[in-house]
Design a protein around this ligand. Structure first.
Ligand code: GDP
Ligand code: IMO
Ligand code: MG
Length: 423
């Protein structure tokens, strides 16, 4: 059995949580493979809204197994808060949420280091989510991290060692802090974590595949935030791309089946860093207001702009995307014209490949298309799409070379339209 992967093609917040929830009934298992509580995946159904950070978005559909893989970094305090809120809302997790013993822990001092490094960078700061993601992955790669499996044996001793090393760095950075309250919540989180199935999820997931069970992997962040291929250094600290599902879950590359690439009908970015199609005018504000573009974790205003097909083509290439999913089409319902960036003009030359540096001197070259100017939020099938909307889809498919199989017309689970269903 193959594993399908769903991941973001832009700078995150494409709507991954919503679509993972919609697709979950077709799978036996949903697995997160990277990132941590920097993610905020929103789902809406039955008048309820949930924002998930570390827990996979397959948790609401029946009794599916949900896995937090080894590639994830987990903050026990935030995990406890997230899991308990779900349990209070009637969603039992303990039996069906399995956590890798090889996942790395985010310590309270990782959060402090995240803040201290950002402060030290001044104007060059990344604009991180402040969740300790960078320092936790740094410790993992430099072989100084603590893993979930460590909590099962002589944990305090190991923790003290790492904490005192972090405190030395914080001192060097002249960063003042108060750890006590954070530590208390964190250790409560560690105790809570002990109640879960802490397993070697690489064995579990491969055994499930051998039993013909189907798996959907849920990406966090987006390709343009990937540590290798994103707009470095304004990126996150993990491989958000399809290959991350292999290393973050222990899957062989040939096990990957469909790769769902998800994008908004326009583009957003939260945090610092280059964004060639960013709009600084009323249109950008209008997209922000109509799309409610405020971060689901930090509440920060998301920067908004037109869709960038140069960047999208790059993301499709890096991930081997086989099916596209277009989100938030309804946000553009009232626009009379819609723009799509088809090339970058750099030093007077138009290029259509994604260049090494997009930090300065990149002018987007746009194609203008007529808007559909109709309310799409109640539409149930593609038969209801207007000519202008079909023309927008055809234009994107022609440019990107991959079919758009799902169109989302609102935040609710039900506001999802599938195409090419006869295949
Ligand atoms: P994720 O991080 O990729 O899961 O995306 P987020 O949850 O951070 O951001 C997507 C936001 O758009 C959430 O508030 C969703 O409820 C909302 N959303 C998802 N799909 C649609 C859609 O088709 N239309 C509208 N208007 N909102 C949507
Ligand atoms: P989801 O999964 C949007 C951004 C931050 C910052 C950069 C580095 O909800 O799509 P980090 O805290 O990871 O060190 O921050 O990455 N960022 C996201 N932007 N969606 C996300 O997740 C993000 N996770 C991190 O804003 O620019
Ligand atoms: Mg998000």
């Amino acid at each position: 059995m193959k594993v399908d992967v769903l991941l973001g093609l832009q700078w995150g917040d494409e709507g991954k949580g919503k679509v993972v929830d919609v697709l979950t009934p077709r799978y036996d298992v949903v697995a997160r493979f990277q990132g941590g509580p920097n993610a905020g995946h929103t789902l809406e159904f039955a008048g309820q809204k949930y924002v998930l950070r570390s827990i996979p978005s397959g948790i609401f559909q029946g009794d599916k197994i949900n896995i937090i893989g080894n590639g994830v970094v987990l903050d026990p305090a935030l995990f406890k808060a997230e899991a308990e809120a779900l349990e209070v809302a009637g969603h039992q997790l303990k039996e069906r949420l399995h956590i890798s013993r090889k996942a790395h822990l985010i310590l309270p001092t990782h959060r402090l280091l995240d803040a201290a490094y950002e402060a030290a960078k001044g104007d060059a700061r990344v604009g991180t989510t402040g969740k300790g993601i960078g320092p936790a992955y740094t410790d993992k790669i430099s072989r100084n991290g603590l893993r979930v499996g460590d909590i099962l044996h002589r944990f305090e001793e190991k923790y003290e060692q790492v904490r005192s090393r972090h405190e030395m760095i914080l001192k060097g950075l002249n960063y003042s802090y108060d750890l006590q309250e954070m530590e208390q919540a964190w250790f409560e989180g560690i105790n809570y974590l002990r109640q879960f199935h802490l397993v070697d999820t690489e064995h579990e997931i491969n055994n499930l595949l051998n039993e013909e069970k189907s798996v959907l992997c849920e990406g966090a962040q987006g390709t343009m935030l990937d540590i290798d291929f994103g707009s470095y250094p304004y990126v996150t600290s993990s491989n958000t791309i399809c290959a991350g599902a292999c290393t973050g879950l222990g899957l062989a590359p040939h096990k990957i089946g469909e790769v769902y690439g998800i994008f908004k009908a326009y583009c957003t970015r939260v945090g610092a860093g280059p964004f060639p199609t960013e709009l600084f005018d009323k249109i950008g504000d209008r997209i922000c207001t109509l799309g409610h573009e405020f971060g689901s974790v930090t509440g920060r205003k998301r920067r908004c702009g037109w869709i960038d097909l140069v960047a999208l083509k790059y993301s499709i290439m890096i991930n081997g995307v086989t099916k596209l999913i277009m989100m938030k089409s309804d946000v553009l319902d009232t626009f009379d014209t819609i723009k799509a960036c088809v090339a970058y003009r750099i030093n007077g030359e138009d290029i259509t490949y994604f260049p090494y540096n997009i930090e300065e001197g990149v002018q987007p070259v746009y194609v203008e298309l007529p808007g559909w100017q109709t309310d799409m939020t109640r539409m149930q099938s593609e038969n209801e799409f207007l000519e202008e909307f079909n023309a927008y889809l055809s234009f994107l498919e022609e440019q990107l070379g991959v079919p758009i199989c799902i169109v989302s017309v609102g935040p609710d689970r039900a506001q999802t339209i599938e195409r090419y269903t006869e295949e």
